[in-house]
Design a protein around this ligand. Structure first.
Ligand SMILES: NC(=O)c1ccc[n+]([C@@H]2O[C@H](COP(=O)([O-])OP(=O)(O)OC[C@H]3O[C@@H](n4cnc5c(N)ncnc54)[C@H](O)[C@@H]3O)[C@@H](O)[C@H]2O)c1
Ligand SMILES: O=C(O)C[C@H](O)C(=O)O
Length: 312
């Protein structure tokens, strides 16, 4: 049998979907199918063609098509969901819940109809609850339905730490746990610059300020953009997760995973450290938490549960 390139479908061709499609094609992760609603079919085709025309200039090999027909997604190895509405200044991510839950249900039906064994990575907000909705609707095993928040939240944290210390972002590591809301939990104790614990390099006051800015990082961009939310760093985050799965890299990355007792929670999707590889979420890493860290994580999990409770 001939060896085939991977196929990745991106549902939603808006800011995050289109940017993710381009980043994945630039990294030659596979052929890309960009999908939107029928009313958006022509602009979606236009974006895909425009990206394809960048390929000779940048020297990447990938087919990129735009469509409103799910048949074109048939046999996707991986599907990324970015479809839905984004928040505007003054809104919380949770305000999007019922509109986006309906969209999750309808797109998930179509996805698994054409790709019954695929992996799905969800971006749409409120992402912890939307990942739960997609999991329930898809019937896929839990390790194949994954949400994105921690890679982005950790990237924001690393950016602010690198700025504070005037060091390369490459040398700063961190971990953000919990739901993708203002009470997410950046774990300072597990964060380093060049292997040195951050607590030895940055004062408590400054670290507290960095944690607060990280928690409100999405809102900071929403406020600046005025009409829409972040998309470059979210697309980069989705791309690294897609790469980890498609290339079976077994990367240690924070993902929104379905918990069955891990960290003391059950029947919930929440951000935790995971091993991401060719089987999707291959492991959930359970870190020892102090009482304060566990209390912060409980608060964040409660916020996610409150959103799950309003799901219609
Ligand atoms: N989890 C995260 O870290 C994170 C980061 C950034 C954005 N987001 C979320 O991602 C979502 C998308 O953000 P965006 O900036 O790309 O928004 P956008 O408005 O630019 O794009 C959304 C696209 O979804 C399409 N769409 C709507 N209903 C659809 C359906 N039924 N089928 C297919 N496509 C459909 C729209 O036509 C639009 O093109 C938002 O909910 C946003 O809050 C999450
Ligand atoms: O903040 C938002 O609404 C979008 C996204 O969740 C983000 O963190 O940038």
């Amino acid at each position: 049998m001939a060896i085939k390139r991977s196929k990745v479908s991106v549902i939603g061709s808006g800011f995050t979907g289109a940017t993710t499609a381009l980043m994945m094609a630039q990294k030659e992760l596979g052929d890309v199918v960009l999908v939107d609603i029928p009313d958006m079919e022509d602009p979606t085709k236009g974006k895909a063609l425009d990206m394809l025309e960048a390929s000779p200039v940048q020297g990447f090999d990938a087919s990129i098509i735009g469509t409103a027909n799910y048949e074109d997604t048939k046999d996707s190895d991986l599907v990324i969901i970015t479809a839905g509405i984004a928040r505007k200044p003054g809104m919380s991510r949770d305000d999007l819940v019922n509109t986006n839950a309906k969209i999750m249900k309808s797109v998930t039906k179509e996805i698994v109809n054409y790709s019954p064994d695929t992996y799905i990575v969800v971006l749409t907000n409120p992402v912890d609850a939307m990942t739960y909705t997609v999991f329930k609707e898809s019937g896929l095993p839990k390790e194949r339905v994954i949400g994105q928040s921690g890679v982005l939240d950790t990237a924001r944290f690393r950016t602010f730490v690198a700025q504070e210390l005037n060091l390369s972002v490459k040398d700063v590591t961190g971990f953000v746990l919990g739901g993708h809301g203002d009470d997410m939990v950046p774990l300072i104790r597990y964060s380093y610059a060049g292997g040195i614990p951050l607590e030895k390099l940055i004062s408590k006051d400054r670290l507290d300020a960095i944690v607060e800015r990280t928690r409100k990082g999405g809102g900071e961009i929403v406020g600046l953009l005025g009409n829409g939310s972040a998309y470059y760093a979210p697309a980069a985050s989705l791309t690294v997760m897609a790469e980890a799965i498609l290339k079976d890299q077994r990367r240690v990355l924070p993902s929104i995973a379905y918990l069955e007792g891990e960290y003391g929670y059950s029947d919930i999707y929440l951000g935790v450290p995971t091993v991401l590889g060719g089987k999707g979420i291959e492991e959930i890493i359970e870190l020892d938490l102090t009482e304060d860290e566990k209390a912060a994580l409980d608060k964040s999990a409660d916020s996610v549960k409150n959103v799950l409770n309003v799901l219609e």
